[in-house]
Every structure is written in structure tokens, then in C-alpha cells.
Design a protein around this ligand. Structure first.
Ligand SMILES: Nc1ncnc2c1ncn2[C@@H]1O[C@H](COP(=O)(O)OP(=O)(O)O)[C@@H](O)[C@H]1O
Ligand SMILES: [Mg+2]
Length: 260
């Protein structure tokens, strides 16, 4: 849950100020709400994106995200510095200037996503302890296990278009899995961006991990994923949960329909 910058203890903001050459401006990120503090900080030495956590759960999550961000090359923002002070973990990363991609069908940004995904699909999980598919998603299938690194939350707000291609932020849910799981998790966001389930699956067919996975395995995934989001949506009024439940539901309805 997002907090205001002013909750940071003075000692913490002083440490940040030292690293950016004095804080000139702080601008909270408009999207996402997992991290307690996620803000663009402008200092005399330039811009830095700062994530900070003070609660026990959020410190654990940000520590995990920091480990993932440090372990992966090219896709995430570069980690510039990090420190702990007064119970807060604070991480400063490269500020990525650019819009989020438009993942609607046929759009040019999909090509950027394909390039980024092809690299990521071939990235083995680095050494360390990463979420298993079961720990990440809450359901299992032996075919979901694997040795590759997946981001697992490639919603457009976690993607930024830059001069160096599409960059991926927010590695708090990085997992070690079979690479098709990344693609299966993308379906709901493609549908949310205007794809029909057929169009989403057609686009994914360019990835070998997608074409090689058994149809029954994907059916199982789609079904468990839809059930999960539908159950979650019954317990909350949050719009994004209801959106995901609807998109996951569209996909599973399509898979059931196309089996007949
Ligand atoms: N390195 C960065 N540079 C610029 N903007 C960023 C950067 N990292 C994240 N953002 C923006 O801030 C938002 C929230 O950050 P994110 O890491 O996704 O936090 P959360 O865990 O709250 O979703 C992102 O959706 C993106 O718009
Ligand atoms: Mg995010």
C-alpha cells in the first residue's frame, strides 16, 4: 500500500539527499500500489527512482525485488544505491523516462515487447532462492516448474518504453519457472489491452515456449487462474481485481469453447 513521502524519517531523507546532491523535487509514481514509497526524486545530480519500505512484509518484498534487480542484466533499471536506516530499506535505481507501451492488437509496441520477451525467455534464473510457481500463483502443475527466470507481472504499468527498447520494472514477483508461464500470465493483460483471446494466443504463437506446451496444461492453467481471480473478486471492490477476473474469465471461456 502506497504511503506519502512525508512518512519517511528525517534520517532517511537526509541519506537520500546525500546521494542525489540535495532533493529538489519528489513525485510519487502514478501507478502501482505494492511498494510503500515509489517516487521519482530529482536532485542536483539528476533523477533517481526511489522505492522504500518500512513495514516488515514490505521490507521483505523490497529486499527480494532488490536481489532480483541486481541479479538480472539489461531488463531492469540499474541499481544505483541502496541502504537501510531507521528500519527502512531504501533503493535508488536508474530513472527510466518514457511512456508505458500500448499493447493493443497490431500496435508497434507489441514488437518491442516481443524483443524484450525473447531475451527474457532465454534467461536462466540466477543462483538464489526465487518464488516457485506454486508460491507465486497459489496453484500447481508439474509443467509449470522450470529453470528460467520469469517476471510474472508484465502488466503495461511495469513496462517502460525507452531509447534502449522496452525496459521492465517491478521485479517483486520474479520467479523460477517454465518460460511458458510468463506467456500464460501475459494473456490477461493482452485481453485487457483489447485483444480477443484468439488474438492473444495468435500473438503468443511466435514464442517456442508457447507452441511447445501441451494444450491440456494451458487449459489447466487458464482454468485455475480464472478461478483464483474470480474468488479474489468476490472479496474486494478493487477495480483491478475485477478487471483481472473478467479477462481471465474471457480466456478460460474461449479455451473451453474452442475444445468442443
Ligand atoms: N525505474 C523507474 N523509472 C521511472 N519510473 C518507474 C521506475 N520504476 C517504476 N516506475 C513507475 O512507477 C510505477 C510504480 O513502480 P513499481 O516498481 O511498479 O511499484 P509497485 O510495486 O508499487 O507496482 C510503475 O508502474 C512505473 O510507472
Ligand atoms: Mg508495479
Amino acid at each position: 500500500m502506497r504511503s506519502d513521502w512525508n512518512v519517511l524519517p528525517k534520517a532517511v531523507t537526509t541519506e537520500i539527499a546525500v546521494r542525489v546532491g540535495g532533493i529538489i523535487d519528489v513525485h510519487a509514481a502514478p501507478n502501482g500500489d505494492h511498494a510503500e514509497i515509489a517516487s521519482t526524486v530529482t536532485g542536483s545530480t539528476g533523477r533517481v527512482f526511489v522505492k522504500a519500505a518500512g513495514g516488515e512484509f514490505s521490507v521483505r518484498s523490497l529486499r527480494y525485488e532488490l536481489a532480483a534487480t541486481l541479479a538480472i542484466d539489461g531488463h531492469p533499471p540499474v541499481v544505483l544505491w541502496h541502504f537501510e536506516c531507521d528500519g527502512w530499506l531504501v533503493v535508488g535505481v536508474e530513472h527510466l523516462a518514457g511512456p508505458h507501451p500500448d499493447l493493443s492488437p497490431g500496435g508497434a509496441d507489441l514488437d518491442l515487447l516481443a524483443v524484450a520477451l525473447k531475451g527474457l525467455q532465454e534467461t536462466p534464473a540466477p543462483g538464489g532462492r526465487w518464488f516457485t510457481p506454486e508460491a507465486r500463483l497459489g496453484f500447481v502443475h508439474p509443467a509449470m516448474d522450470g529453470g528460467m527466470l520469469i517476471h510474472s507481472d508484465l502488466n503495461p504499468a511495469n513496462l517502460i518504453k525507452t531509447a534502449r527498447g522496452l525496459r521492465i520494472v517491478d521485479w517483486a514477483w520474479a520467479s523460477k519457472a517454465a518460460p511458458w508461464v510468463e506467456l500464460a500470465l501475459l494473456v490477461q493483460w493482452l485481453i485487457g489491452s483489447g485483444h480477443t483471446p484468439e488474438q492473444a494466443e495468435e500473438w503468443l504463437a511466435q514464442f517456442p515456449a508457447w507452441t511447445n506446451v501441451d494444450r491440456e496444461v494451458v487449459d489447466h492453467f487458464a482454468s485455475r487462474n480464472a478461478t483464483k481471480w474470480s474468488a479474489k473478486s468476490r472479496g474486494t471492490a478493487e477495480r483491478w481485481v475485477h478487471d483481472l477476473a473478467a479477462w481471465a474469465g474471457e480466456w478460460v471461456a474461449h479455451r473451453h469453447g474452442s475444445r468442443r
